[in-house]
Ligand binder design. Structure first.
Ligand code: RIB
Ligand code: CA
Length: 321
C-alpha cells in the first residue's frame, strides 16, 4: 500500500533529487508539494517545484507556503550552494503548471484531516509551514501518521553554524514546535546524511540511464558539486533530502535511537538540536511529553545510493498507483 505523503520543500538541488525519486516511486502516493523559503525565495522554490512536477510528468498539486520564519529574521539565501535560482542556474524561465489556490498551511491541514491517521509529512526544508499548521490547528499532530524530516544534528556539528543544521537554523521556533508536538517524528539529520555520499560519477550514471530527469539533475548539480569541492573540500556531496524519502521505503538502511529532541531557539547556538535518548535518565525538567523522535544516527550510505540509482533507472510507476 503506497504511503500517502506531503513533501514540504525548498527546491533546492538535493530537494530536486528527492522529488523526482518520490514522484516516480510506487511506494508513495504524493498528495502534494508544499513550498517554503530556504534555498531560495518562496517564489523561486515554488517556481522550481512546478518545474520539477512538470519534468516528472506527474499531476501533483503544488501549494505555495511561507516566505519568512515564524519569529526570527530570515537569513540570506545560500546562493553559493544552490545558485541564484535555487537550481544551479538550470531553472526554466517559464513553467507550465500553476499553484493551487490554497496556502500550503491550509493544504496540509485540510489534507491530513481528509485522511486521518494516514498522511506522512516529509519536510525537507525549514519547518515554518509545519509550525504554522500546528499553531493554526493544534489537533493536527494526533491526526498525522508521522513526520519524516530532513534536519538537525544529534552528535555532529551543524553545517550552517558549528551548532546548527540549515533547515533547523532557518526557523528554530518552528522546529521546537515540531519536536514538542504529540506525534511520531523521524529526524533524518546530518548524523545519517553524512554517511551518504553522492559523487559526480553516480550522477553521470543517472544522466546516462535516468532519462531526462537524470540529465537535468546532472546539469543542475554541477554548481552544487563545485561548492562542495572548492569550499567544503569534498569530492562528493551529502545526500540530504533524498535520504528522508528513502528512509520511508528502506528504514532498514538507517540506525535509529528513540529520543526526545529539544531545539535551542536563541543565542549563538540557535538551531542546535539536542537529543536525549529514551534510555537516558535526566532530572532536568522540560524533556517530558514531547514528540516521540527516532533520531537517525547512521546510514548504510552505499546501500542508500544504490537504492536511489536503481529506483531512478526503473520505469516510473503509473501516476498515483
Ligand atoms: O542541511 C541540508 C538541508 O538544507 C537540505 O534540505 C538542503 O536542501 C537545505 O535545505
Ligand atoms: Ca531542502
Amino acid at each position: 500500500m503506497a504511503e500517502k505523503i506531503i513533501i514540504d520543500t525548498d527546491p533546492g538541488i538535493d530537494d530536486a533529487f528527492a522529488i523526482f525519486y518520490a514522484l516516480r516511486s510506487a511506494a508513495f502516493d504524493v498528495l502534494g508539494l508544499t513550498t517554503v523559503y530556504g534555498n531560495a525565495s518562496v517564489e523561486q522554490t515554488t517556481h522550481n517545484a512546478l518545474a520539477l512536477v512538470a519534468a516528472a510528468d506527474r499531476a501533483c498539486p503544488v501549494a505555495r507556503g511561507a516566505s519568512d520564519p515564524m519569529e526570527i529574521e530570515r537569513r540570506a539565501y545560500p546562493t553559493m550552494v544552490h545558485g541564484e535560482d535555487g537550481m544551479g542556474g538550470c531553472a526554466p524561465e517559464t513553467v507550465s503548471g500553476s499553484v493551487i489556490d490554497q496556502h500550503a498551511v491550509d493544504f496540509i491541514i485540510e489534507t491530513v484531516r481528509a485522511h486521518p491517521g494516514e498522511v506522512t509529512l516529509v519536510p525537507i526544508g525549514p519547518l515554518t509551514n509545519i509550525g504554522l499548521a500546528l499553531q493554526k490547528d493544534p489537533g493536527l499532530a494526533s491526526l498525522t501518521k508521522r513526520v519524516v524530516l530532513m534536519g538537525g544534528a544529534a552528535q555532529l556539528n551543524g553545517n550552517v553554524t558549528p551548532a546548527a543544521e540549515a533547515n533547523i537554523y532557518d526557523d528554530p521556533h518552528a522546529a521546537e514546535m515540531v519536536f514538542s508536538a504529540d506525534w511520531e517524528v523521524v529526524m533524518l539529520g546530518l548524523d545519517a546524511t553524512h554517511d551518504v555520499h553522492l559523487t559526480e560519477n553516480t550522477v553521470a550514471e543517472l544522466a546516462r540511464e535516468g532519462g531526462a530527469q537524470g540529465r537535468f539533475l546532472q546539469q543542475a548539480s554541477a554548481q552544487y558539486f563545485g561548492f562542495h569541492r572548492d569550499v567544503v573540500g569534498l569530492d562528493f556531496c551529502h545526500f540530504h533530502d533524498p535520504s528522508a524519502l528513502i528512509y520511508c521505503v528502506r528504514p532498514d538502511l538507517f540506525t535509529v535511537q528513540p529520543s526526545s529532541v529539544r531545539v535551542v531557539t536563541d543565542g549563538f547556538a540557535a538551531g542546535k538540536t539536542v537529543a536525549k535518548p529514551d534510555s537516558r535518565f535526566t532530572g532536568q525538567a522540560g524533556w517530558e511529553k514531547r514528540a516521540r523522535v527516532s533520531v537517525c544516527l547512521a546510514a548504510d550510505g552505499y546501500a542508500v545510493i544504490e537504492h536511489y540509482v536503481s529506483a531512478m533507472q526503473a520505469k516510473p510507476s503509473a501516476a498515483g498507483t
